[in-house]
Design a protein around this ligand. Structure first.
Ligand SMILES: NC(=O)c1ccc[n+]([C@@H]2O[C@H](COP(=O)([O-])OP(=O)(O)OC[C@H]3O[C@@H](n4cnc5c(N)ncnc54)[C@H](O)[C@@H]3O)[C@@H](O)[C@H]2O)c1
Length: 322
């Protein structure tokens, strides 16, 4: 049965706010838990205005011990745990802050959930858990060994281990969605697919764009609405599994730039090339066949349509800001 009350940690962020909209408009009451460290209340304005379930906002850090009382008081049936420091580069600059929020913060949420008899936790993991994999294993399927190369990837991988232990020991059900590079409206510049928003914003502003490296590095860009659909399905399916959410398709940074240049009317504007980032993974794409089996999920947004969605949103919000 579809739950009537859920919690979304990180619900004032990019993906979380889109998820909150989908849940509220489906008639589900949503408690958003967010410390607003990278998210904002503005991200929730649409969710607040929708008819359907009620939206409650709680400004609290998931590392705070008070989170347990909150979960106990609100009694969510499902907890979507998306709150995290999601900046890979910052995780290398400040590994302790990353582990504090992404490991200990997650542990607080898991522990609060089992004490409050939450039925299920749906966790936002990342393709960063895999690290660089042999070329013949791309697109990556879930049986590939996890060899994270960033502190962020390691923290997400650690939470997967806790989820397994909590399920086996305390009967706390979970589904972990291993997300490729998510893009869409409201994304900040720092996230894993922040390159879409950085390029689009600069192109629209007529500013120069710098591509780090030669631009042949590839990523799997999956649209936020498709990702939200996977979270929604995971409320009721995919228990005890770790599931890739991506398109399986590699897009190079040069191809991405060219597509956005056309959509913003700046075709012909040449990018500058800067020095590549040390240790950057050259190729990445996720095989999402398991998502089809367990969640009946398939990506449905074509990259052209998704990028158009980002550009239209930026144009509209820029108009509002002027
Ligand atoms: N965007 C992507 O491409 C991508 C890819 C893989 C995984 N993910 C994961 O998906 C989740 C959502 O990512 P996003 O892109 O929406 O990022 P985001 O930064 O927009 O959202 C994260 C939200 O969590 C909140 N937050 C951070 N630390 C917190 C804390 N200690 N306590 C309470 N709230 C806190 C932030 O204020 C923000 O609203 C994250 O867990 C991220 O690691 C994202």
């Amino acid at each position: 049965m579809t739950p009537m009350r859920v919690m979304v940690t990180g619900g004032a962020g990019f993906i979380g706010s889109h998820l909150a909209e989908r849940l509220v408009s489906s008639g589900i009451d949503v408690d958003v838990v967010d410390d607003l460290s990278s998210g904002s209340l503005a991200n929730l304005s649409t969710a607040r205005s929708l008819r359907g379930g009620k939206l409650h906002f709680h400004q609290i850090d998931v590392k705070d011990a008070g989170v347990a009382t909150l979960v106990e008081r609100r009694q969510p049936e499902v907890v979507f745990h998306l709150a995290a420091r999601s900046d890979v580069r910052m995780s290398m600059v400040d590994p302790i802050a990353d582990a504090d929020a992404n490991i200990l913060g997650s542990l607080r949420i898991l522990d609060a959930s089992r004490r409050a008899s939450v039925q299920k936790v749906v966790f936002a993991a990342s393709a960063g858990i895999y690290g660089a994999v042999p070329e013949d294993r791309i697109p990556i399927s879930e049986d590939v060994a996890h060899r994270p190369e960033s502190n962020y990837g390691l923290s997400k991988d650690t939470v997967l281990r806790y989820l397994e232990i909590y399920r086996a020991t305390y009967d706390l059900e979970y589904t972990a969605l291993i997300l490729a590079n998510v893009y869409g409206p409201r994304q900040g510049a720092r996230g894993e697919a922040g390159v879409v928003s950085v390029f689009a914003r600069s192109l629209l502003a007529g500013s120069p764009v710098t591509i780090y490296g030669d631009g042949t590095q590839t990523r799997d860009f999956v649209y936020v609405d498709d990702v939200v659909d996977a979270f929604y399905r995971a409320m009721e399916s995919g228990g005890g599994t770790q599931i890739n959410i991506g398109t399986g398709r590699e897009i190079s940074i040069n191809e991405l730039y060219a597509a956005l240049a056309v959509l913003t009317g700046r075709q012909g504007a040449e990018p500058a090339y800067g020095q590549g980032v040390a240790g950057e993974i050259m190729r990445s794409a996720l095989n999402a066949r398991r998502a089809g089996w367990y969640l009946r999920w398939h990506p449905f947004t074509k990259i052209e349509d998704g990028l158009r969605g980002v550009v239209s949103w930026m144009e509209a919000t820029r108009d509002l800001a002027e």
